[in-house]
Design a protein around this ligand. Sequence first.
Ligand code: BGC
Ligand code: BGC
Length: 856
Amino acid sequence: MKKRILLGIISGLIAGGGLAGCSEQNSTQKMAGAPSSSSSDSSTGVSAHWPQLTSGIARDPAVEARIDTLLAKMSIEEKVGQMIQVEIRSATPEDVKQYHIGSILNGGGSFPNNNKHASVAEWVALADAYYHASVDTSDGGVAIPMIWGTDAVHGHNNVIGATLFPHNIALGAAHNPELMRKIGAATAAEVRATGIDWVFAPTLAVVRDDRWGRTYESYSEDPELVRAYGGEMVGGMQGNPDAEDLLQAKHVIATAKHYLADGGTLNGIDRGDAVISEEELVRLHAQGYFSAIEAGVQTVMASFSSWNGEKMHGHKYLMTDVLKDRLGFDGFIVGDWAGHQFVNGCSNVSCPQSINAGLDMFMAPDPSWKELYKNTVAQAKSGEIPAERLDDAVRRILRVKIRAGLFEAGAPSERAFAADESLIGAPEHRAVARQAVRESLVLLKNNGNLLPLVRNQRVLVAGDGADNIGKQAGGWSITWQGTGNQNSDFPGATSVYGGIAEVVEAAGGTAELSVDGSFEQKPDVAIVVFGEDPYAEMQGDVSNLDYKGDADLALLQKLRAQDIPVVALFITGRPLWVNPEINASDAFVAIWQPGSEGAGVADVIFRNAEGEVNHDFKGKLTFSWPNDAQPTVRNPGENEALAQFNFGYGLTYGDTVEIAALSEQSGLKVSDSAEALAVFNGRALDPWSFQVMDTANNLSTISSSVAKLSGISVQSVDRKVQEDSRRLRWSGEGSAMVGLFANSRTDLTSYLGKQGALVFDVKVDAAPSAAVSLGMNCGTDCGAEQSITELLKGATPGEWKTVAVDLQCLAEAGAKLDMVLSPFYVRTAGALDMTVHNIHIASKAESGVDADIHCG
Ligand code: BGC
Ligand code: BGC
């Protein structure tokens, strides 16, 4: 846990970037994306690029009057409590009562009693426990029902037996906005059955760089489609703004997330920085919010990411001036998983900046929330958080709660549909999911019109995705990353193989499941199901677009070599370069991550019992498919020539298109160079820059020769020539870090075979007073650290030494060497005075190393 938090902080540092053409000296990142006055509405300061919108749900004076009455009775403590959302693993019902907590959540893979197999009754019982605590006024105070938020991002995905819809990338391919309404409604009904009020969906990201690990949570790289879907999904979940049962009965509160431009970060880095103009921000990334607001979406989640170096969680212009004032959003903004801590000057337990910028509810999932509560109360009392801002935040939260009827609804178990197990994985919901599967499949190749297949034949079903529901469900499926599940964790679901077996066997054929493709009797046709294993945020980022599936390719080729026609079904969360796999198959279908209803695949690829086309392919790409594996962005209007299959591509049974052999040049440089790579040689080399996280959690990019920050200073000093080294001094007042960070990834794997190491010269002038770590980082929750405390303590003061740490050792400790963002940083909470010189990556044998940093 400790390591996780730490790496999170480091990622805040990376993602903040501070690199975007920032020429100011030692600039802390205050450079907002604020518009130039020339294009802005002079009365509000909001750029004219933004439309003026009205929420689909009208303001009701009676509701506002009721809020006035409540607010008048509430203490500051109660108000702050409403603004803090805690997680079920780190807050008890007793805590909710004592701190007047306004909301709870369960994170991905978080269940009642920590039981993955928790029953519907247990979910409802836990909701009841928190509810009763929230309205218990035995210690005084006002009774305000809590709301519970959950990630139901493709169905109620934390709950065993729930319908799991295809992930958003698949839904996009269906090009069917009305279907989104049905999916939203079905999801909401299943959520209601567990006593939960609120879902953290839909994701409205418009993903531009498919290396991002959350690409599959996006409907499209095209803003128009995201706009067409956003409002429908919100309408399905919340109900129609003018309907009686708006936000009630089988409906829930929806969340538009992650505001804003989560899908626009440079190099597709999770929690990274969208370095774009305001015009582009509006045209590409904001479109989904427009329809969501018009449909009356009641909550918006702030993004972890930044816009031009400024963190969204602290972005007053975009949260307050744009979203609330210009776009007319009158619900509340919730943070994302302690995301406030990355705002300049903030920490996990204190961030008035975020509230003052417009965040209304902190998502505070770890046990430190009590301290956050205490600090926020103090800041509200001192006026650091102005009373009007506090009241506005609470007003927004109460408005949503009143609109959702929570004050009248009683305990979760007493509400309509609560504990109705028949809704979880209900046949009518599964039917919608199966329809979504059918409509989302994209036929990339169908040479010789191999598809559709007749049922009555000998079918071999191979590949590790054939009978693997966890794999076909992807991330955010029961567990957070979607890993560690078995078919038995998905009761009621059907694998792709299961669906095939059903139709083939009913028609008198045979469907043999053979993961490795071996068989006793030669099949008439082979269907190979393979692709990406599940992943979610952070862990899903990749450095290029190569599909790393040598074993799958070999399997396809082996079957082909035996003259067996091959149908490839590719499970994936994003377009990847699969030209060799396409060449090795006769028909190739992108089936994305279909979820629990794998049978939808057989519906399309087989003829019906009469031998006619059963369901034709409807899916069309909403993401451009790459023609090589290079990490190049490909979108309509952006490198279109580098698409193998363009946006909108998708064959149908009426087409007779023969795909000739595709290029098998991946475009990736296979470098085995071990030539030294300089990171710092007097100046930080491209793409890196010196960055500091000081003891006050302020992030600064250092470009001047002297930078004195809180508890740490960086100074250019001479060793051999002027200013060829950096003196780093920590005062010991708190934890601070300095290192070389980039907004793009560097691949260091070519050094591995050559005894590659991170090598640098160091001179110690004052030995460390506490532990010191040397680290390499590859993103949030990605990296490795080694202790250098003893090495520094043992150094002769004033004497230079060349030290090295093996890349192999860093790789074994968790650094992904193909995606390095920071090759070098040093962190300590103690006092230390050291100077570094000549930081590089090189073969250790050739570096004249004086000391090794030992692994472990
Ligand atoms: C939670 C997820 C959350 C993630 C972020 C996980 O432990 O379960 O819901 O998104 O942490 O760090
Ligand atoms: C994710 C959100 C999610 C939240 C709660 C975060 O890490 O970015 O999408 O809603 O966790 O699980």
